[in-house]
Design a protein around this ligand. Structure first.
Ligand code: HEM
Ligand SMILES: *[C@@H]1O[C@H](CO)[C@@H](O)[C@H](O)[C@H]1NC(C)=O
Ligand SMILES: *[C@@H]1O[C@H](CO)[C@@H](O)[C@H](O)[C@H]1NC(C)=O
Length: 365
């Protein structure tokens, strides 16, 4: 062949490759790149240790009327995972619950078809922990993650033996203090709960809610859900973009400091344990919830962080005590019922009168 024939063939080939790749790029949806903005995560200083870190004292009420709302705030993955001095006791409790065959179905439920989401979520958590808590989490080699506090070493390769005994969400739950859930939205825009590792449920059972839609989970239980929340929640779950995350809080007054709380604790007028409550039984239970969309699989990753504090500790701050009195005093009957107000209100009011002084009595209720 002549030289110019060679050049002609070469040029045609180049043109073909150019056009083909252009077509491919525009016509075929690209798999979204696995990508997280983790650059903003600041590592804890060298001197930081988990056991010297007090839990963040979230007090999600204000000195005004209580309303059932979505209450969503834009959040940032830099604030997703919190490690504090409750880490090890909560880890030990989680480990016991997962390992006990009686309790395992109450703390871990997984439907088929969300492996990819679960492994993506675990990978994200690993990346965050390594960046944020370098004194606590380290890579032993390219695929094994060591937890210096618990002594666990997790082989995280897909082909590892780990998955014969553990589910990725369970490993996440044993790495962090949070409870973790995966949700997926179908073509009709219905979002359902596909998996959950939840050792600290606030009065509900994952075994009874797995596979349920947001509507099935909340309707008939959460006051004003149907009228005030359902529509905007569904819309919100469909629209949440990759890279965006939100957080929301709720608070409850509980009759114990029990973390693993599967018995229903709504609409109670009597303490299920039968004995009369004392002030020492009353605890504030705060949930910090965090929702984000996973970039690769587009699954929804939901986490709940539970904080339990004795009421008498909370009310040391008199401004907070006053605001709590207002908030509780403004509950509508449905909310009062849901939050078991008849169960604890007398004790709480008596206590608030003591710390705030009698002269403020009756300002609300
Ligand atoms: C981000 C959107 C969400 C909103 C606005 C929302 C709203 C609420 C509200 C208002 C309550 C009543 C307790 C409280 O004051 O918080 C509640 C309870 C609950 N939520 Fe959600 N929720 C959301 C997401 C989820 C997700 C993703 C799950 C999946 C696990 C979930 C599971 C539950 C459960 C199990 C309860 C307890 C229901 C009961 O008392 O039986 N929520 N939610
Ligand atoms: C999260 O915070 C970091 C650092 O503060 C910032 O660089 C980043 O843009 C934030 N991301 C979002 C989604 O707001
Ligand atoms: C609590 O009471 C409300 C209002 O009476 C009712 O609609 C709801 O189903 C009850 N919830 C539970 C868990 O019993």
């Amino acid at each position: 062949m002549e030289l110019n024939q060679w050049i002609y063939i070469l040029l045609s080939l180049l043109l073909f490759v150019f056009l083909y790749t252009r077509h491919y790029k525009s016509g075929v949806p690209q798999t979204p790149k696995y990508h997280h903005e983790l650059g903003g995560i600041k590592p804890q200083p060298k001197a930081w240790t988990w056991d010297h870190q007090e839990p963040v004292p979230y007090r999600p009420w204000h000195n005004g009327p209580y309303h059932v709302t979505m209450g969503l705030k834009n959040a940032n993955i830099t604030n997703w995972i919190e490690v504090d001095n409750t880490y090890l006791p909560k880890y030990r409790l989680k480990k016991r619950l997962f390992a006990d065959s009686d309790f395992r179905p109450e703390v871990l439920q997984v439907l088929p078809g969300c492996d990819e989401e679960a492994f993506e979520a675990l990978e994200l958590l690993k990346d965050v922990l390594l960046r944020q808590y370098p004194s606590m989490f380290q890579l032993v080699d390219s695929h094994r993650l060591e937890n210096k506090v618990t002594g666990d070493v997790w082989d995280l390769r897909r082909e590892a033996e780990t998955w014969k005994s553990f589910h990725p969400l369970e490993v996440m739950s044993l790495l962090a203090t949070e409870d973790f859930f995966l949700l997926k939205t179908d073509e009709e825009g219905v979002t359902t709960l596909r998996a959950g590792a939840v050792c600290f449920p606030a009065g509900w059972k994952i075994s009874q809610r797995i596979g349920h839609s947001l509507w099935q989970i909340h309707a008939g239980k959460v006051p004003q859900y149907e009228s005030k929340l359902a529509k905007s929640m569904d819309r919100f779950f469909v629209k949440l973009p990759v890279g965006g995350s939100i957080s929301r809080f709720n608070y409850a007054i509980d009759d114990s400091n029990e973390l693993f709380h599967i018995h229903s604790h709504h609409n109670l007028t009597l303490d299920p344990r039968g004995s009369p409550l004392t002030l020492a039984d009353l605890h504030l239970r705060v949930e910090r919830q965090f929702l984000q969309r996973l970039p690769r699989t587009r699954g929804l990753l939901f986490s709940i962080r539970t904080y339990i504090t004795p009421i008498s500790e909370v009310t040391r701050d008199l401004e907070l005590a006053r605001a709590l009195r207002t908030s509780v005093g403004s509950y509508t009957p449905d909310v009062a019922k849901y939050k078991n107000k008849p169960l604890w209100n007398d004790l709480l009011q008596q206590h608030l009168n003591e710390v705030l002084g009698e002269e403020e009595e009756g300002h609300s209720s």
